[in-house]
Design a protein around this ligand. Structure first.
Ligand SMILES: Nc1ncnc2c1ncn2[C@@H]1O[C@H](COP(=O)(O)OP(=O)(O)OP(=O)(O)O)[C@@H](O)[C@H]1O
Length: 625
């Protein structure tokens, strides 16, 4: 059944959003979703069938909120970009589905100017939900394409602008929405079983998405965009997928609230409810589906209590003034309190299935051999320059790296070594010059494309996805490489290669320094690159660790025939490990050759230890011997 799990486009294997190997790794997520769905359903059924109408109302509102919160969390939580705009999709979903379920006679009276195809449409709630899903999916794709290219607060502000635009359109499109007047006459078609179906689907989709390649990669980008791109993650595309799925779910939440309330106006889908939905998400824990469920439960109960208190005769009987706006006040205080005590929300990033995930992982983690495809061709850098507002960090530097070769890039602090790695890997596009990889010009291409073409790298300041496990860190690279196959097994194999497989389930940020460096190299290796660029891999290591690293790098080179470009201040390591050395100083290449050539080059000695000491090369010799 391998053909099912891999799609080939031209010569490239594409890992589809859902494939068999990916589904296999979602077993704990599936089980975790069930652990959430079952008690939610039981609670709702008890409240809906055994208690009074007030409790039934709360149960239904809780379930609709749950769809909205989990949906918003799927985008905001996984991408790390808080969306203020999702209520816009909820609004569109409410109006569209209401128009679809209303009888033509009713529409003739309340919405006389509707176009014919909408005026005549008449369907049940579930069919209306399906149409809403499709329409909102297309709408979200169009809107999300530019938004997904933005990052951080710019993206959040864009979602806010989207909310305001949708609100204005709902107010202005009077033929469809009755404008700011109440849209009434919607049949109250929501039943507890149908609502539970959509809730279960939403929780299942959100929880499974988190562990699919798309979810894994978007979470990696949330932790560190630069590192994710260097591992081949197409961040914009992954964000767009999350945006569209979450928007579709919001549309369903809109359809449900519309058909529960029976009447609403654009105000219902604006700031107040946006705040409430975000409060539930933030209080529960924005990065976890379990958190979304817990947050929705807690906030729904607190809001209900506050609402009753607001209306209650208890306060006047005690001689206390009635407090209006108590629900908003309670939400605001709740957010402040939780943020103060637990900045990540009640659950943080934890999921209910974390407890048994470990068992599934161990069962699934069979190690396969880790063999990179050997290819010919060189990495050629020609006359590359990089200016930073007047500062020439690189000045027409050229170098070449062939498969199976280890080249050291050395030079005093600030000489342009890291800038060179950044220019080659696409993290910082060169101002001029060319970089070719196996004959393919890559200068100026996005970093994720260069990574997929066969360039792995590590960073000077370790850039692991700290909140993810060691295994997930490496899985991101395997997944983003787009070559298909068993992501988990390949990631484990890369960890084995660096002798850190025993750390697979640990949180990457909790590892010792030397371990983190190894994991970072394993992550780069998991791309199966032709060239590996390591930025100060021995920094912070003691001499035993450095020696072990040296042996390891040599083994990797010998086994896979990789070309290694090594930026390192540890000159002894460089001299013993490298076949050739390139020396930079103030952005210019001042020497290149074998370790012996470079070691005795007076220009290099002068650059390193200064003009004043150039008469005493013994200091340099000591540092390199
Ligand atoms: N993004 C940037 N914006 C402005 N200046 C930069 C930027 N990145 C690097 N520089 C400057 O470019 C020069 C080269 O920096 P680079 O980090 O490449 O040197 P390096 O040889 O790697 O130094 P080190 O050994 O200390 O890591 C330095 O003067 C640095 O301040």
């Amino acid at each position: 059944m391998g053909w099912l799990s891999q799609v080939w486009i031209g010569r490239r294997a594409i890992t589809p959003l859902v494939d068999l190997a990916a589904l296999n790794r979602t077993r704990p997520a599936f089980a975790g979703a069930l652990v959430l769905i079952v008690p939610v359903a039981l609670l709702a059924l008890v409240a809906g069938n055994l208690l009074g109408s007030a409790e039934q109302r709360i149960a239904i509102i809780f379930l609709i909120n749950l769809i909205a919160v989990v949906a918003n969390g799927l985008y905001s939580g996984n991408s790390g970009i808080m969306s203020f705009g999702h209520l816009g999709f909820m609004g569109v979903g409410a109006y569209l589905s209401a128009i679809l379920t209303m009888t033509p006679e009713k529409k003739a009276m309340t919405l006389p100017n509707l176009p014919d195809f909408l005026a005549q449409a008449h369907m049940g709630l579930n069919e209306a939900c399906l149409v809403t899903l499709v329409v909102i999916g297309i709408f979200a794709l169009v809107v999300g394409t530019p938004i997904s290219r933005l990052t951080g607060s710019a993206a959040s502000i864009a979602t806010l602008a989207f909310l305001v635009i949708v609100h204005s359109i709902l107010n202005g499109a009077t033929d469809f929405t009755r404008g700011s007047q109440t849209f009434f006459g919607v049949d109250r078609l929501v039943t507890l079983p149908s609502l539970l179906f959509w809730v279960a689907l939403t929780i299942l989709a959100a929880r499974i998405f988190r562990d699919l390649p798309a979810g894994l990669e978007i979470r990696a980008a949330r932790e560190d965009e630069l590192a994710a791109q260097a591992m081949g993650v197409n961040i914009a595309r992954r964000r767009l997928i999350a945006w569209v799925i979450s928007a579709m779910m919001m549309g369903v939440a809109g359809a449900m609230i519309g058909h529960f309330l029976g009447a609403f106006s654009p105000k219902k889908f604006f700031f107040v409810d946006t705040f409430a939905i975000l409060a539930m998400l933030i209080i529960g824990g924005i990065g976890s589906v379990t958190g979304a469920v817990v947050g929705t439960g807690v906030v729904t109960v607190v809001m209900e209590l506050a609402r009753r208190l607001e209306e209650s005769p208890i306060l006047p009987s005690l001689g206390l003034p009635q407090v209006f706006g108590l629900t908003q006040l309670a939400l605001g205080l709740g957010i402040l309190f939780v943020m103060y005590k637990r900045p990540g929300g009640m659950l943080g990033l934890a999921e209910v299935d974390d407890w048994f995930k470990h068992r599934f992982t161990r069962a699934a983690a069979k190690i396969t051999s880790f063999v990179s495809e050997k290819r010919d061709g060189a990495l050629v850098v020609e006359n590359v320059s990089k200016n930073f507002s007047g500062l020439k960090a690189l000045d027409t530097v050229s170098l070449e790296l062939r498969p199976g070769e280890i080249v050291g890039l050395i030079g005093p602090n600030g000489s342009g070594k890291t800038t060179m790695l950044n220019a080659i890997s696409g993290a910082v596009p060169p101002s001029s010059g060319s970089v070719t990889l196996d004959g393919v010009a890559v200068a100026g291409k996005p970093a994720f494309r260069i990574a997929r073409l066969g360039l792995g790298r590590s960073f000077q300041n370790i850039r692991l996805f700290k909140e993810m496990t060691v295994l997930e860190n490496v899985e991101v690279a395997v997944s983003a490489s787009g070559r298909g196959g068993d992501i988990r097994a390949e990631a484990m194999a890369a960890l084995e290669e660096l002798s850190v497989a025993h750390l697979a389930e640990r949180r990457a940020g909790a590892l010792a320094y030397g371990e983190q460096r190894r994991v970072e190299i394993a992550r780069a290796l998991a791309l199966k690159p032709r060239y590996l660029m390591l930025d100060e891999p021995a920094a912070g290591m003691n001499s035993a660790e450095t020696q072990a690293l040296m042996t390891l790098l040599r083994q990797i080179r010998d086994k896979y025939g990789l070309g290694l470009l090594l930026v390192e201040h540890h000159l002894e390591l460089v001299m013993r490990l490298c076949d050739r050395i390139v020396v930079l100083n103030k952005g210019q290449m001042i020497a290149a050759g074998t370790p012996a050539d470079v070691q005795n080059d007076p220009i290099v000695i002068e650059a390193y230890i200064g003009r004043a000491h150039s008469a005493h090369p013994s200091a340099w010799e000591r540092s390199v011997s």
